[in-house]
Design a protein around this ligand. Structure first.
Ligand code: SAH
Ligand code: SF4
Length: 446
């Protein structure tokens, strides 16, 4: 979502004469778009700001000004502290108020330090009304449909930094989707902190859910692939599960974070479901769409996590068999209930557990990639490879696939026979190209 937001900020600032630079040296303005989800991400911004400050001072000596803005969730949570700790920062602006950037930049250019944060206790998510039309231009694009979260998992800062759940209206999303496709997008990933809780106003005056929205967007000619992320298992309703069987543009790959395999820990995390419920959701999805593959997020070392709890996580991972996963050491976040829980887990234990889990995940990812060997897969090519004559694309399962080809296939779907599988990527040979070659069954189950 930060990638999406950063793109929007660039679009907002373009009418003021700003264009994106490759790096911040000699830049008239730097926007640091920050993430507050784990401590490491939040702490990084102060060292980064230190480096940017040196450039600002260097430019000042030659009579040029640099405006520094800190945006994103760290700004929302710690904006006042940032202003105090880093007096060279000119603007702080949160994730729900960055549409005000043009105005804030004008003020900063007049020498004012400006706080553009909004109070999320009284949310008024109107930013989408003020954002310019998307520029797009990429084969694969993000489209934000939902923001904020009402789940309040006990470890998570999102409800405090992004605010309450909010869904954009269907016509607004549809318009943005059309524009993106007009500008070359073939794949759109619908974004939201809890995207399957989507409940936006439909064109018929009814409230539409995600399944209905996806079916509507799938009618856009030229759009080939639809994905959505990130989902909560609780909001994986039957209609959405059925859409995975019925809508061929919906990719057979789902990021469905479970966080832990232990019922005790899931309860303490306030995830509101147990491990068996999750297993059933996975089972239903597999029945509906047999070639579907999954990824998940896991947190190890949540307060009170015993060896047995961790073992339950390993067992769940083994049972489900993921194509890929993200895993993190629990990081206490200020203001969240889990940060004040007793029985915090020592860092050495978190590290040990993380290593064990990551080895298992890497093994599963390798196996999954190997299961694709010799298969014909539909690849969406979107960029040149590292080496001359190489082009890169993505499979339905988000695997990076490279192929040797003299032609420029960027922006084409093509069938590729997979000839090599590595830990995190595949290589193959082009079989045929062209849109007529769409495959319904993308992966054979082995
Ligand atoms: N809405 C999504 C996740 C948003 S945050 C969901 O419900 O799954 C992305 C991931 O960061 C989470 O899935 C979780 O695994 C991780 N995460 C969030 N807070 C964390 C914390 N305090 N410590 C470690 N990992 C965390
Ligand atoms: Fe955070 Fe996701 Fe839980 Fe919402 S559902 S509180 S975003 S982890």
């Amino acid at each position: 979502m930060n990638v999406y937001d950063s793109g929007k900020m660039a679009d907002l600032l373009a009418p003021l004469g700003f264009a994106e630079a490759l790096d911040y040296s000699d830049s008239d303005m730097v926007v640091l778009n920050t993430c507050h989800i784990r401590e490491k991400a939040a702490e990084k911004i102060y060292s980064e700001l230190g480096r940017i400050r040196q450039e600002k001072e260097r430019m000042k000596k030659s009579g040029r000004e640099m405006i520094i803005a800190v945006a994103g969730c760290v700004a929302q949570a710690e904006g006042h502290e940032i202003f105090a700790r880093a007096p060279f920062v000119d603007i702080v602006v949160g994730p729900q108020s960055y549409h005000r950037l043009p105005d804030l930049v004008k003020k900063a250019a007049n020498g004012k330090r400006v706080n553009g944060l909004i109070d999320l206790e009284f949310p008024e998510i109107s930013k989408f009304d003020s954002l310019p039309e998307p520029k797009g231009g990429n084969v694969s694009e993000f489209l934000s449909i939902q923001e904020g979260c009402d789940q309040f998992c006990t470890f998570c800062v999102v409800p405090y930094t992004r605010g309450a759940e909010y869904s954009r209206s269907v016509p607004e999303i549809h318009r943005e989707g059309l524009k993106l496709v007009e500008n070359g997008a073939m794949e759109i990933t619908l974004l939201g902190q809890n995207v399957n809780a989507y409940h936006g106003a439909g064109p018929d005056g009814e409230v539409w859910n995600l399944a209905k929205l996806i079916k509507h967007l799938a009618k856009i000619p030229g759009l080939k692939r639809i994905r959505y992320t990130t989902s909560h298992p609780l909001d994986m309703d039957d209609e959405l599960i059925a859409a995975h069987g019925a809508e061929e543009k919906l990719m057979p790959f789902l990021h469905l974070p479970v966080q832990s395999g232990s019922d005790k820990i899931l309860k303490a995390m306030n995830r509101k479901h147990d491990a068996d419920y999750y297993r059933k959701v996975i089972e239903k999805l597999r029945r509906t769409r047999p070639d579907i593959a999954f990824s998940s997020d896991f947190i190890v070392g949540f307060p009170g996590e015993s060896d047995a709890d961790f073992l339950a996580t390993l067992n769940l991972v083994k049972e489900v068999g993921y194509a890929q996963c993200y895993s993190f050491k629990y990081s206490p976040r200020p203001g969240t209930p889990a940060a004040d829980m007793d029985s915090q887990i020592p860092d050495e234990i978190k590290s040990e557990r993380l290593q064990v889990l990551q080895e298992l995940i890497a093994e599963q990812q390798r196996k999954f990639n190997e299961s694709c060997l010799a298969q014909e897969m539909e690849i969406l090519f979107d960029r040149k490879g590292k080496y001359a004559g190489q082009i890169m694309g993505k499979s339905a399962y988000m695997q990076s696939v490279h192929v040797n080809s003299a032609e420029d296939y960027a922006g084409r779907l093509a069938l590729v026979k997979i000839t090599m599988a590595r830990g995190s990527s595949l290589a193959g040979k082009m079989i045929e190209t062209g849109e007529e070659n769409r495959y319904n069954h993308i992966r054979k189950i082995v």
